[in-house]
Design a protein around this ligand. Structure first.
Ligand code: ARG
Ligand code: ZN
Length: 884
């Protein structure tokens, strides 16, 4: 059944208070729930019945104002319970029995290893008790948790108000959350947990206790998350004026978790992969992810909890905004340009691909079958880009005025994306009506740019045309309001900009940079007093989530790469250069089916060499500039994905660069001191990443020296980043010596880390990602390995996900065995964990982008899945939309 935004109606009833009693026993849990209900004065008609949502519940009893209800007083629907003859206000008490131990969906209350925990967003609360499980019903919760004393820690939202003995080796705790909240923000935890504690004093002087709860064995991996949390709390005060509002803030780390983390009021629940970190077990990327996710969930306290969503179509209201907030936070904690490059890379591979596929949807979708399928790159990442555009259009000061007004005006409410934009428009006085189309039209806009330099008139004109391919919800798009940050490069650097018919841009102190606002299908911008034909630097900082098309020559790109004042643009030029080289190789491969005579132009090699030798550049940027566009990005850009051509051509360009720049790579590698103690600072991460990029190139040369150095790095690396970088290179090298080392290293690694679940995940991923032949048999064997657990989402992602998403050459093997393998896994997971099953489907949904033979093979597997009995809503929606 499809749910439509246009059908939204306010709830018939409101729930003023919710009193829960959760009584946990081995094998079952009794939930009694007392609701104070009241007819919604805003409803069109006075309701005389009440429909509550509920799923997988056993109803024990139901009473209304103290009267036990009987058959005839109520009826069950599919996932619902309707009570007849309901008065204006009443108290409803339901008692239900649930089975957390056998809940494998990881939604609602479930057991993970030794603890009980919850995940309620989006619609998991209905698996705990019958409820108005929708975000616009906000209630004041009091929660009593009762359990055996072997679970000493009993937690829920808000403040602890009472705890004590419950007899028979049992005890209880009562938590009260003074802030009204929707049920999706409810949380409960019971377990034998250890914690670290710290405190934070808010800007107005409130003392807040901070606690991070983990299994005792993980207590040594909490410090980074705690430091990140304190940074985030301070940052939100300084940048958004937002203070924390309870006396305690808690994080609990859980090993079985469908997503990254969850912002439950005062009690965030995290996937262990997003909290735990220490140098010996966690890579730099892991450290950065912990910092980003801790901040993200913390920021939700305002963007999500204090002001929440009216309905699930508004998901980007909290997610897009919060991703934007965490991304700016990370930029402030580390390097701004590096963070931008990372975000854009993610967006342009995964989100652009989503926008071009059968599941494309606007950041505010119009309809869905299963809302879990809409926790997407589009709602999150593109949603964040939309907020970023707003922030840039308004400027720092007005954007802050706008967010202040938004939080002030809507505190305690459940609102829409429309309300958000209105607050920004009201505070800034800007007309954002056309801008709102970003919320309702899907697809990636394309900009086609042509230019003309008039030497006599000394004018330079840029003509920009916008278009957007059709997507399932809309065939013909209206023009978007697109901010295009730009500058013009002359032979001696940035030129001053005199845009015809406008004032200089006062946002920036210089006049060499400005933001053009494209609002028509086609527009021409004329610059005056231009004394030479410039090279345009367009879409600086990736100022809009679009595809830009301008016929840059190799020379233009080299100029931009070495001279643009915008760091992002310099990186982007390096990527365009890489793409040009790979395209040339692909053309050769497609003609000859071989790349034997392939070589790079001296001009290109020189340009890359200058980057490697430029001491003024951030090392992390050098590393990224030397990293060629990924196969995923090249695939996204292709009309038809030629799996082999992309893989072998990219590889050929990498080998050519390795050989041409071997001296520089050796210099960089050897100047690195592997004995220096680990630090997760931006600088240290940057140096490490450039050094490991150099290692990866050197390993393509197959010389004994590099292979031995790599093995040494594996063996003696004092941090997981270096160990994994070396292991990855050994595993992926065709050189016989490296293969020999890699077998020994993999065995050694497992022996050393088998008791660290998150490290074992990396061990699975590195093998599943191996680009050499026969990887699928290895993956199949690992499914049977004692370290694998087919119920744990992190294990599934590390093995099956890494193979199907990060290993195109093997997954898309021409005989279709990769597709059949994935379909087998999805069919098995469909009942066990529908959310994970549905997410794993993504690579198959892109079938239309492949050659005819692969299309048929992929489609056949989708059809096989569709034919399964008892398909979950999650899987059904994705499969049926993919085949439509
Ligand atoms: N709100 C959480 C976050 O982004 C994600 C929860 C996702 N839950 C789900 N069922 N898809 O921080
Ligand atoms: Zn979020």
């Amino acid at each position: 059944k499809t749910i439509y935004l246009k059908d939204y109606q306010v709830p018939d009833y409101l729930i003023d208070t919710t009193d829960l009693n959760v009584d946990i026993h081995d094998g079952y849990t009794l939930v009694s729930c007392m609701l104070a209900l009241r007819r919604n004065p805003a409803a069109k008609q006075a309701a005389t019945e009440l429909t509550l949502q509920g799923a997988d519940l056993e109803l024990v009893s139901l009473s209304l104002d103290g009267r036990l209800l009987e058959e005839g007083d109520y009826t069950f629907g599919e996932e619902s319970l309707t009570i007849f003859n309901t008065p204006e206000t009443f108290t409803l008490i339901t008692i239900t029995k649930i089975k957390p131990e056998s809940n494998t969906s990881l939604e609602g209350l479930y057991r993970s290893r030794t603890m009980y925990c919850t995940q309620c967003e989006a619609e998991g609360f209905r698996k705990i008790t019958y409820y108005l499980d929708r975000p616009d019903v906000m209630s004041e919760f009091t929660t009593k948790v009762i359990a055996d004393k072997k679970y000493p820690v009993l937690l829920s939202n808000g403040n602890l108000i009472e705890q004590g003995d419950a007899g028979e080796e049992r005890h209880y705790a009562i938590w009260h959350d003074p802030f009204k909240k929707p049920a999706y923000l409810f949380a409960l935890v019971a377990g034998d947990l250890a914690h670290i504690e710290d405190s934070f004093s808010t800007s107005s002087g409130r003392a807040v206790t901070l606690r991070i709860f983990v299994e005792p064995k993980d207590l040594d991996k909490c410090d980074h998350a705690m430091a990140s949390l304190k940074h985030a709390m301070r940052w939100d005060e300084e940048v958004y004026g937002r203070e924390y509002d309870l006396d305690i803030f808690m994080i609990v780390a859980v090993d079985d978790f469908n997503m990254g983390a969850m912002e439950n009021k005062g009690l965030n629940i995290f996937n262990t992969s997003c909290v735990l970190a220490k140098p010996e077990t966690t890579t730099d990327v892991g450290f950065q992810r912990v910092e980003g996710v801790v901040a993200h969930e913390y920021f939700h306290n305002w963007s999500g909890n204090r002001v929440t969503c009216r309905d699930w179509f508004q998901l980007s209201l909290k997610e897009g905004f919060t991703v934007y907030r965490d991304s700016e936070f990370s930029a402030d904690m580390g390097s701004r340009t590096v963070k931008r490059v990372e975000d854009v890379t993610l967006l342009r591979t995964l989100q652009f691909a989503e926008d071009a596929g059968p599941m494309a949807h606007p950041i505010r979708p119009e309809s869905y079958i299963e809302i879990s399928n809409f926790y997407t790159m589009t709602v999150y990442e593109k949603g964040a880009e939309v907020i970023r555009m707003l922030a840039n259009l308004l400027g720092k000061e007005n954007f802050r005025k706008g967010t202040d007004l938004y939080f002030d005006r809507h505190d305690g409410q459940a609102v829409t994306t429309e309300d958000f934009v209105t607050a920004l428009a009201d505070a800034s006085g800007r007309d954002l009506s056309q801008f709102k189309r970003w919320y309702s039209q899907a697809g990636t806009p394309r900009l086609d740019v042509t230019d003309y330099y008039d030497e006599d008139a000394q004018t330079y004109s840029l003509t920009i045309k916008q278009s957007c391919p059709p997507t399932p919800e809309c065939q013909n798009k209206l023009p978007f309001h697109i901010p295009i940050a730009m500058g013009l490069l002359g032979s001696a650097g940035d030129l001053p900009l005199y845009l015809q018919g406008s004032q200089p841009d006062f946002e920036t102190s210089d006049n060499t940079h400005r933001v053009l606002e494209l609002t028509d299908a086609e527009q021409t911008f004329v610059f005056e007093r231009v004394q030479e034909k410039p090279v345009p630097s367009l879409l600086r900082g990736f100022s809009a989530p679009v595809k830009l098309n301008y016929a840059y020559s190799t020379r233009d790109l080299i100029l931009l790469m070495s001279r643009d004042s915008d760091g992002f643009s310099r990186w982007e030029a390096s990527q365009q250069l890489g793409l040009q080289a790979i395209s040339a190789a692909m053309a050769a491969y497609q003609q000859e089916r071989s790349l034997d005579g392939f070589s790079l132009s001296a001009q290109l090699v020189d340009a890359y060499r200058r980057v490697l030798q430029d001491a003024s550049l951030d090392q992390a940027m050098v590393a990224y500039m030397l990293t060629l566009p990924s196969e995923a990005y090249i695939s996204e850009l292709a009309d038809v994905i030629d799996v082999e051509a992309i893989h072998y051509s990219r590889q050929a360009v990498r080998k050519a660069l390795a050989n041409a720049l071997a001296d520089d790579f050796t210099r960089i590698y050897q100047s690195y001191d592997h004995r220096q103690p680990y630090a997760a600072t931006a600088d240290a991460i940057a140096t490490r990443s450039l050094k490991n990029v150099a290692l990866a190139y050197l390993m393509l040369i197959h010389d004994e020296g590099s292979i031995r150095a790599c093995e040494q790095q594996y063996r003696h690396g004092n941090n997981m980043t270096d160990v994994m970088a070396a292991l990855t290179q050994l595993v992926n090298s065709e050189a016989p010596l490296a293969q020999e080392y890699s077998l020994a290293a993999l065995a050694d690694f497992f022996g050393r880390w088998q008791h660290e679940s998150l490290v074992v995940n990396q061990w699975l991923s590195v093998q599943a990602g191996c680009q050499l032949p026969d990887t699928l048999s290895r993956v199949r064997a690992l499914l049977q390995h004692s370290a694998y657990d087919g119920k744990n989402p992190n294990k599934i992602r590390s093995l099956i996900g890494a193979f199907c998403n990060g290993n195109a050459i093997n997954f898309h093997s021409g005989n279709g065995e990769g597709y059949a393998f994935l379909a087998d896994q999805i069919i098995q997971l469909n009942r066990q964990n529908p959310q994970i099953a549905s997410r794993l489907l993504t690579p198959l949904t892109k079938w239309k982008k492949y050659d005819h033979v692969r299309q048929q093979l992929m489609k056949a597997q989708l059809e096989r899945i569709r034919a399964e009995p008892e398909l979950s809503k999650d899987v059904f929606e994705v499969v049926s939309k993919s085949l439509a």
